[in-house]
Design a binder for this molecule. Structure first.
Ligand SMILES: Nc1nc2c(c(=O)[nH]1)N[C@H]1C(S)=C(S)[C@@H](COP(=O)(O)O)O[C@H]1N2
Ligand SMILES: [Mo]
Length: 491
């Protein structure tokens, strides 16, 4: 059913997205922490279970009272309709799946337990001692037959829906897209960016294993022909660019590490890619930023927003409207056809995917999506060293073992990583090369492991020599801090 309405508004998804939209921040943090990348399937499954249970309750109620079934079905349908049309990206006809579903449910209800057209014959006085027929006239054979028909019909409708949905798939458009070469290409990576140590995260994260964090239950699918970028708000000359016009500009290519503010100490919500895009500063200069516009709000097609300090967006760092990732068009999950990348700020304040609008405003006038949920309006990425190998609570054989990982202080750079075993001295690790200050760096230290239980701790120093703080802090409101340690058992 969902296949006919572009933008995908399956009732389960739209109810789920309204749940996401209105869920308290702690519940979302819990979902990300507990389910990680799988928080969306978990939410869809949860919403489905709740809807199925509610439907079952309505169904059982209706075998007793036909009218209770009708009212219950209408209420469930209304929840679906309201959820669908209240989404910020609700397409015309968004309510259709819920409306058709509700109509179908009512028809099924009438078929299964509806009031009988022929009323039961009056029972002769003489036969009144016999067991009375079921009060609602429930007929098991009719029930099983209709239920079978409905299940079959639902399966067919589901298949048709999925087939139709392919019409809106942008995979083809993405595959056909040939991105222009950058006028300022990224330099060839030194062989030394990778220290060839097993278990250490590769310098460049392949697109397929790049972490994903967003609020979208169903990934927005926008073809480049439909896409446009508006630049408005506090500007002298509002602009609108088509995708073609965007690609006609001078492109740069840069290695930049992205980090999520939800990343715990030692967590995996960070990735490094080579991004291709149009420098943000030139676009904003062309629009003419008015004095006082201290916040750049970027908006996704699904209504999600991020707020970036205008001064940071324009200070000359390689902030860009990115269209390519590691030599390909952006993967759909990572914002196809265009997203924002600003080195040095956590993603929720800088990395808007499925970008469609840039609006100049002030921090006083507008709070972006996660800011209204209690996260900091301005959030530079904090210095962090992560131990990738050996794994925590791992078992090792005595002998020389490499300790290694990655460290980042995006835009400030990494000048050193130090490692300590138990209460020993801090030892400097060997650092991998980096093309600049906007990426993480690998680090490795060979360790002569002796038998017993050991605690390994790592800390980084940023480009200015500032040591990563030992102070433990949770991700909220502006990023976790503390030194990463792992405990290993050596035989
Ligand atoms: N449209 C949209 N863009 C978004 C988000 C989102 O929820 N919706 N999440 C942001 C957050 S919190 C992060 S950390 C990065 C993650 O980018 P990635 O999924 O490509 O790794 O995207 C940002 N861009
Ligand atoms: Mo994030």
């Amino acid at each position: 059913m969902t296949g006919v309405v572009e933008g995908t508004s399956s009732p389960v998804v739209s109810v789920g997205e309204v749940v996401v939209e209105h869920a308290p921040a702690w519940l979302k943090d819990f979902a990300i922490a507990t389910f990680g990348q799988d928080d969306k399937p978990a939410l869809v499954a949860g919403t489905t279970v709740v809807l199925v249970v509610l439907s079952a309750v309505v169904g059982v109620a209706s075998t007793r009272r036909w009218r209770a079934g009708v009212v219950g079905t209408l209420v469930l349908g209304a929840v679906g309709v309201v959820s669908a049309v209240s989404r910020p990206d609700a397409p015309a006809g968004a309510a259709l799946p819920s409306l058709v579903g509700t109509a179908g449910a009512l028809a099924v209800l009438a078929l299964l337990v509806g009031p009988r057209r022929t009323s039961a014959p009056p029972v002769p006085v003489a036969e009144r001692s016999r067991p009375a027929p079921p009060p609602t006239g429930f007929d098991r054979r009719r029930f099983l037959l209709s239920a079978g028909l409905v299940a079959g019909g639902a399966a067919v409708a589901g298949g048709v829906g999925r087939a139709l949905q392919r019409r809106f798939d942008v995979a083809g458009a993405r595959e056909a897209l040939v991105l222009p070469s950058p006028s300022s290409p990224g330099e060839a990576l030194a062989a030394g960016v990778d220290l060839a140590t097993e278990g250490v995260t590769p310098f460049t994260t392949p697109n397929g294993s790049f972490y994903r964090v967003d609020t979208a239950l169903v990934v927005p699918r926008i073809s480049p022909e439909q896409w446009s970028l508006d630049i408005g708000g506090m500007v002298e000359r509002p602009l609108r660019l088509s995708f073609e016009e965007l690609l006609d500009r001078e492109l740069i290519e840069r290695d930049i590490t992205l980090v999520c503010v939800s990343n715990e100490v030692g967590g995996r919500y960070a990735g490094n890619a080579r991004w291709l895009g149009v420098p943000l500063r030139g676009l904003l200069e062309e629009a003419g930023v008015q004095p006082g516009a201290d916040q750049l709000v970027s908006r996704s097609v699904d209504g999600w927003t991020a707020g970036t300090p205008t001064a940071i967006a324009m200070d000359g760092r390689d902030a860009m409207v990115a269209v390519g990732m590691n030599g390909e068009p952006l993967p759909v999950q990572h914002g196809f056809p265009a997203r924002l990348v600003v080195p040095g700020l956590y993603g929720y304040t800088s990395a808007t995917k499925w970008l469609t609008r840039l609006e100049l405003t002030t921090f006083d006038a507008y709070d972006a999506y996660w800011v209204t949920r209690g996260w900091a309006p301005i959030a530079p990425i904090k210095t962090m060293a992560r131990i990738d190998t050996p794994k925590g609570s791992g078992r090792l054989d005595a002998g020389t073992v490499p300790i290694g990982g990655v460290a980042w202080a995006v835009h400030r750079g990494i000048s050193a990583v130090e490692v300590r075993v138990d209460d020993g001295p801090w030892l400097p690790a060997r650092l991998g090369d980096a093309p600049g200050d906007d990426t993480w760096r690998q680090w490795v230290l060979p360790w002569d492991a002796t038998s017993g239980r050991h605690t390994i701790t790592a800390r980084a120093l940023d480009g200015r020599g500032v040591v990563q703080t030992e102070q433990r802090a949770d991700p909220a409101p502006d990023g976790a801090t503390g030194w990463h340690s792992v405990v290993v058992e050596v035989r």
